[in-house]
Ligand binder design. Structure first.
Ligand SMILES: C[S@@+](CC[C@H](N)C(=O)[O-])C[C@H]1O[C@@H](n2cnc3c(N)ncnc32)[C@H](O)[C@@H]1O
Length: 240
């Protein structure tokens, strides 16, 4: 049977099954780069250090971005963590500590259809949550982001990309498409689901579809690539 890999229910199933091993495996498989990229995402958020803003973490997963967020903005009042996978929320809850649990609320919902109130967020972040959307969904995501943000509010999003044009790309692709799936098959429960994450990243390409979608709904966007185009950060703000 063939599946629509961009069907939100299918995506929720993939991440539910990956949720237990997701945190450690994503750090190992990326040689720790994923941590640095999450921090870069937070660095892209133009808020004052002592802000008491309330915002949203979109496709929040296990909450890996929160240590970086609270380290840079210690007085943030509230983060609403939106994710479609109950398993990822459960893992996030397990990790909440040091007083953060009062400041994070969990919303198990589809970002593309959530009815979070208009203009309710002082900021939005998203780390590695864009690849499971196709081009049509990127446009819906961009409209939702614009709707939820307050006028003038900043956002910062980061996602892994295909480093087209990098001389070491063949080696990098061999690692992603050949070596990683083999290791996953040998050592990980739910290896098939982890391999799916690789497929989403491949299809995501250079991230142009999200950048275009964000601009097309009138958001101001600054684009930055990392490690020869292996990740894209899209940061900016909603106009006043
Ligand atoms: C690769 S994980 C990233 C998690 C986390 N932000 C991080 O940095 O590790 C992608 C997350 O997006 C969530 N997701 C995918 N589609 C979604 C949707 N339509 N609405 C809400 N969450 C979604 C998945 O459940 C998964 O937890």
């Amino acid at each position: 049977m063939t599946h629509d890999i961009y069907d939100p229910e299918f995506v929720a199933g993939v991440f539910d099954r990956c949720s237990g091993a997701y945190r450690n495996w994503s750090a190992i498989a990326s040689f720790g780069l994923i941590r640095a990229w999450r921090k870069s995402c937070i660095d892209g958020l133009t808020l004052p250090h002592d802000t008491s803003a309330s915002g949203v973490d979109l496709m929040a997963g296990t909450g890996e971005a929160w240590p970086h967020l609270f380290a840079r903005f210690p007085k943030i009042e509230k983060v609403t963590a939106i994710d479609i996978s109950p398993g990822m929320h459960r893992q996030a809850l397990k990790r909440l500590h040091m007083g953060r649990e009062d400041r994070v609320s969990h919303l198990c919902a589809n970002m593309l259809t959530t009815d979070l109130p208009n203009e309710s967020a002082d900021f939005a972040i998203s780390t590695f949550g864009l690849k499971t959307f196709n081009a049509d969904q990127h446009l819906i995501f961009a409209r939702q982001l614009r709707r939820i943000l307050k006028p003038g509010a900043p956002f910062s999003l980061i996602e892994a990309t295909d480093p087209v044009g990098w001389s070491l790309r063949p080696l990098y692709r061999l690692y992603l498409d050949g070596v990683l799936p083999q290791i996953e098959r040998l050592f990980l429960n739910g290896a098939q689901d982890f391999t799916m994450i690789g497929e989403y990243t491949r299809n995501f390409g250079s991230g142009g579809s999200v950048a275009d979608a964000l601009k097309s709904v009138g958001l101001n966007v600054d684009t930055r690539y990392y490690v020869y185009g292996s990740a894209i950060r899209l940061s900016g703000h909603k106009p006043d």
